[in-house]
Design a protein around this ligand. Structure first.
Ligand code: ACO
Length: 442
């Protein structure tokens, strides 16, 4: 499946001529960018004066474009992913995460001056209000870090009431800077809380990723020096996760943001969506699955259970859009080798490779075009870097943040967008009279 709207003009536009068999009437519906407008279906009606016209029915948005976007292009059949036209492989190889964050939002790579100013701004805003630290301390020792992150980012909106002024370019800019700067701090504080360790405040002399690692791992040293292989791996993983067009969490950010709520609340909605095991939570589930399999000899039995539908799905496999190898998964697999050179090979790698080998040669997976997605190997890398399993999705959230923000702003500035409000096909009762079944009422 490819993102529509990018091919030859003469085939992208035209008309769709429809004959309604109920009335015999013909309608001509314009086609633009390989799409018809669902609202054009409204004019297809019967003579019944109460008929409001046809709607399109598309649970889970299987074939509905909800916006025009110039940010990310995916061709799922060919395994192509590009941010603003740049192939993901080239960005992962040469760009920094903040450079990609700028690119996603502004559409062009930053000049040196723009980049330096941007890095300065993000670095300058890494501290959070002390109340945020005490807020995080209110969570139990075993709180899931995604629950903490989601609540804390929503709580940020109470610290910056002027962020509600979303149609001020200045306010949007400072909110975006604040989110990029503070989310890693909050994420690291929640990690330290769960570990029972004192928080480490940001070190503004470090890079974005090094500072994050410092806030995670620094103990008594006066200055934390991240392992360069870890810092590089995390930088690349953040870039790979930075955007993925209209995925579940981005759709959540856009939908919630379309109510014109402040960006902290909209991003909290994205974090909540990412938490789910069918989305960003999959990286955590992959590791749990590998642990459950336990030994490479158990892989064939596990695969049979997946195929019979008795067991769980093969986590980290399959994608709504990619019907070939996820290009990010290829880069992640290579990255895993680099990290394992430092840490030694993760004990789950053998199981993961065997799962992949069997699945890629099995007709069940081949027929359904199920390939490893980005989450299949990321968990092994994160575990090798000593991140706890339930922290993996937090790392995904930090990476995805620039994409959510760029998409949120694009949605706000898109004159065609309105509050997101889908239609439904009502399947319930028609009118009936209220007759209580209760025998007593308070
Ligand atoms: N293991 C086994 N079977 C699968 C898997 C899987 N991982 N994924 C899909 N299938 C099967 C389904 O059972 C279905 O089979 P059927 O036609 O016989 O009923 C068929 O493949 C199509 O599956 P759908 O659920 O219709 O595909 P959809 O596009 O809705 O789902 C999804 C995509 C949610 C990613 C799915 O592949 C999945 O659950 N994968 C595992 C979770 C995962 O790794 N999620 C991360 C996605 S990447 C990301 O969010 C970063």
């Amino acid at each position: 499946m490819a993102t529509p709207g990018t091919t030859e003009e003469q085939t992208a536009t035209g008309t769709l001529d429809i004959t309604d068999s109920r009335t015999g009437q013909q309608q001509s519906i314009p086609i633009n960018d390989y799409a018809i407008r669902a609202s054009d279906l409204k004019k297809i009606k019967t003579d019944d004066p109460e008929d409001v016209g046809l709607v399109s029915y598309d649970p889970a948005f299987m074939n509905t474009a909800s916006c025009r976007s110039a940010i990310t292009y995916i061709d799922g059949d060919k395994g192509i992913l590009r941010y603003r036209g740049y192939p993901i492989e080239q960005l992962a190889e040469g760009a920094t995460f903040l450079e990609v964050a700028w690119l996603l939002r502004h559409g062009e790579l930053p000049t040196q001056q723009e980049y330096d100013q941007f890095v300065h701004d993000v670095t300058y805003h890494t501290y959070v209000h002390e109340n945020m630290r005490t807020f995080l301390h209110g969570f139990r020792y075993d709180a899931h870090p995604m629950a903490m992150l989601c609540s804390a980012v929503a709580a940020l909106s109470s610290f910056y009431p002027s962020a509600r002024n979303i149609f001020s370019a200045e306010e949007r800019n400072i909110s975006i800077i604040r989110l990029l700067a503070k989310v890693p701090t909050i994420a690291a504080f929640s990690y330290r809380h769960v570990k029972g360790l004192p928080v480490v405040y940001p070190d503004n002399s470090l890079s974005y990723v090094e500072n994050f690692l410092s806030m995670i791992a620094r103990m008594t040293e006066s200055r934390y020096e991240a392992n360069p292989a870890f810092a590089k791996a995390l930088e690349v993983l953040f870039i790979l996760h930075a955007d993925h067009e209209q995925n579940c969490s981005t759709n959540a950010v856009r939908a919630v943001g379309s109510s014109h709520v402040d960006p902290f609340s909209a991003i909290a909605a994205g974090i909540a969506a990412l938490f789910g095991p069918l989305h960003g939570g999959a990286n955590e589930q992959v590791l749990r699955m590998i642990e459950e399999i336990g030994d490479v000899k158990n892989v064939p039995k596990f695969i049979e259970e997946v195929k019979s539908g008795k067991g769980s799905r093969l986590m980290g496999f399959g994608h709504r859009v990619y019907k070939s190898y996820d290009p990010r998964a290829k880069i992640v697999k290579k990255l895993a080798d680099d990290v394992f050179k430092v840490t030694g090979v993760d004990r789950g790698l053998e199981i993961a490779l065997e799962l992949e080998r069997i699945a890629l040669s099995d007709s069940y997976f081949k027929e359904r075009k199920l390939y490893p997605n980005v989450d299949f190997y990321t968990g092994l890398i994160y575990r090798s870097m000593a991140f706890p399993t339930d922290y993996f999705t937090v790392l995904f959230a930090i990476g995805r943040l620039p994409g959510w923000l760029a998409q949120w702003e694009e949605m706000l500035l898109d004159k065609e967008q309105k509050i997101a409000r889908p239609r439904q096909i009502y399947t319930g009762y028609q009118e009936r009279d209220y007759k209580s079944k209760l025998t007593s009422k308070k």
